[in-house]
Design a protein around this ligand. Structure first.
Ligand code: FAD
Length: 584
């Protein structure tokens, strides 16, 4: 049965194109430090007939752009439709985690982020002028990336756009707004409005990455589940020269904003983010008036001993926390990701950082489904894993959010008790822990091998975990060698002949699978990469005690099987389960 819905109930598919004109702004957005580039809209009249595309992504924010690059890495061409003609307004996401950097490394933009971003790892919480908690995020010599790096979202989007535009498998269409969707048995028809009127295009898999106010979510009548918090924050980016390091600063109950919270972060280009909570009942209009902004920002600067310094406003907005997710990220043939799928509080930097993991988790699965190597049912595991991740994040984020902006009198009393106790009692200070975004471990995933030796390992990344990085040389890390397809890591001096033959037979059937021998380095027949682990660092971090142990990683680098000893039968079983979700 055919189902035709349009984004706005009042707009029905119109035979008159002029009624469906999309008019994105061609005025560059204003910023005192970032120069917006306005792109030309993609117009159907300048192109030939449209074939059916394997994947069409709606929304070219950080998540849609990353998904396009992921798909391209797995050999799937896609059309990426972006309604605007330029990257996003204001800095928005400014803190990116180590795992996000590892994902961005896979799609080729981590170098530019490192070049422009500000890495950091300390967070400080202050109460009544006293520092009551200092958190040091773990940072190992084995990690290529810092726990956090600060960079404004516009820059990250620009880097991703450049990578997309340089990729022959990605067609990025600016000024193209998805306005309708018809889902049919084996494909969907996407209706797109442009500055010259509408056109339609067919796709096997529409992907909704159209942000927090997802029109596609509304179109399919899908409801987010969860909570919205009342506390409102002003987010202000100012240019100012402050002699402070790049660390997170959180101020609880400051004199100038009693009972409320203030956060500060350094951004590149001498920009500082100041987030402050508003008293109950204050409207966004009142909060964003210039006199109000000036008085509060000056009060904060005064409080940190930087009063009287001149500053300039770049961007400001009002924000309130929500912990919401769709219960299923697949609706018919449409797949959801990023803010279109879930809304997470910015405390703990969860929005974009979670979205990158969605993009990575969807990319390889769609790659296998589109190339006919995996059944459509593999996509059910995308939804199960990522909804599970969102729910875990919501649980954790809820704790931070309730601490930052207590939702009731009871929570406030508790929070205030912790604050005052923390002045003299060190044991309560860990309650300030900000619980930053971290990668989800797909411990119970249907793709994890049922009959391997996971339970026998005493250390190392377990079922569903992301990989642990290891320094192999000055500027050479284990993760530099992983990803893009399945990776089989065999530890020892050689790969058993039946295992090598099995790898080859999967490759012959078109599966992207690489065989890596972690041992002496050099070369070995049938092995794609020989890594030298002469100091045994990889063995130690991966919990390997004997030669012959092995790990199988999915294309998103999460572990799906590990063995003390491997043979052809065990490898076949693990690969079949990772591709079908059914235990062999
Ligand atoms: C003030 C603020 C601070 C934040 N700080 C952080 C942080 O430090 N760390 C973090 O991880 N996250 C942070 N976030 C959240 C982060 O910005 C979002 O989670 C992230 O932008 C989500 O990316 P997305 O690609 O899913 O959606 P978006 O960035 O919203 O992108 C959606 C895109 O879809 C386009 N679009 C919309 N409708 C259509 C349509 N019908 N057709 C075609 N295109 C369409 C839009 O133009 C947009 O480009 C912050 C957010 C805010 C507001």
């Amino acid at each position: 049965m055919m189902c035709l819905r349009t984004l706005s109930d009042s707009v029905v598919h119109s035979p008159h194109p002029e009624n469906r004109m999309h008019d994105p702004s061609s005025e560059p957005r204003r910023s005192i430090y970032y120069q917006y580039q306005v792109r030309r809209p993609w117009l159907a009249s300048q192109h030939g007939p449209q074939p059916r595309h394997p994947v069409v992504i709606a929304g070219g924010g950080p998540v849609g752009l990353t998904a396009a690059l992921e798909l391209a890495r797995h050999g799937v061409p896609c059309v990426l439709l972006e309604s605007e003609l330029q990257v996003s307004e204001g800095s928005r996401a400014i803190v990116f985690t180590r795992r996000s950097m590892e994902i961005l490394q896979q799609v080729g933009v981590s170098g530019r982020v490192m070049q422009h971003g500000l890495p950091w790892r300390f967070g400080n919480s202050f109460y009544r002028g006293q520092r009551v908690f200092r958190l040091e995020a773990p940072h190992d010599d084995n990690d290529r990336f810092w726990p956090m790096i600060n960079l404004q979202q516009q820059y990250l989007e620009e880097f991703l756009v450049d990578a997309c535009e340089a990729h022959p498998l990605i067609e990025l269409r600016w000024g193209n707004r998805v306005s309708g969707l018809v889902q049919q048995a084996g494909h969907a028809v996407v209706e797109v409005d442009t500055p010259e009127g509408p056109y339609t295009l067919e796709t096997e898999w529409p992907v909704a990455s159209d942000g927090a106010r997802s029109g596609i979510r509304a179109l399919l009548d899908l409801k987010l589940e969860g909570a919205s918090y009342e506390g409102r924050f002003v987010i202000a980016d100012i240019r100012i020269d402050l002699p402070l390091p790049t660390e997170r600063l959180a101020f609880f109950d400051p004199d100038w904003n009693p009972g409320n919270t203030v956060l500060m972060h350094r951004e590149p280009m001498n920009i500082w983010r100041i987030d402050y909570q508003l008293p109950e009942g204050e409207t966004p209009e009142e909060a964003l008036s210039m006199p109000s902004l000036q008085a509060r920002i000056n009060a904060q600067l005064e409080m940190i001993g930087q009063g009287g310094k001149s500053w300039e406003m770049d961007w400001c907005s009002v924000y309130s926390a929500r912990t919401l997710t769709l219960p299923d990220y697949r609706a018919g043939r449409t797949l959801f990701m990023g803010d279109a799928a879930h809304l997470l509080p910015i405390f703990g930097v969860r929005g974009a950082n979670t979205g990158f993991q969605d993009a990575q988790a969807l990319g390889w699965r769609l790659g296998l489904v589109c190339s006919g190597q995996a059944p459509e049912s593999l996509l059910a595991s995308y939804s199960a894993e990522r909804v599970g991740a969102a729910r875990e994040i919501i649980e954790e984020a809820g704790k931070s959010t309730r601490f930052m902006t207590p939702p009731s009198r009871g929570f406030r009393l508790l929070r205030d008790a912790v604050l005052s106790l923390s002045l003299n009692e060190p044991f309560v200070r860990p309650l300030y822990h900000w619980r930053t975004s971290r990668p989800h471990e797909y411990t119970g995933s249907a793709l994890n091998c049922a009959g391997d030796d996971n339970a026998l390992f005493q250390a190392g990344p377990a079922h569903g975990a992301p990989p642990a990085n290891v320094r192999l040389g000055d500027n050479d890390f284990l993760l530099d060698h992983l990803g893009g397809g399945f990776d089989l890591l065999v530890f020892g001096q050689h790969v058993p002949a039946d295992v090598a033959a099995t790898v080859q037979s999967w490759k012959d059937r078109g599966l992207s699978l690489r065989l890596l021998l972690v041992g002496q380095g050099g070369a070995a027949p049938g092995v794609d990469v020989c890594l030298a682990d002469t100091q045994g660092r990889t063995r130690a971090r991966w919990g390997v005690k004997t030669d012959g142990a092995a790990y199988l990683l999915r294309p998103d680098q999460h572990v799906c099987a590990r063995w003390m000893a491997l043979d052809a039968h065990r490898l076949n079983a693990a690969l079949k389960q990772a591709i079908t979700g059914v235990a062999a």
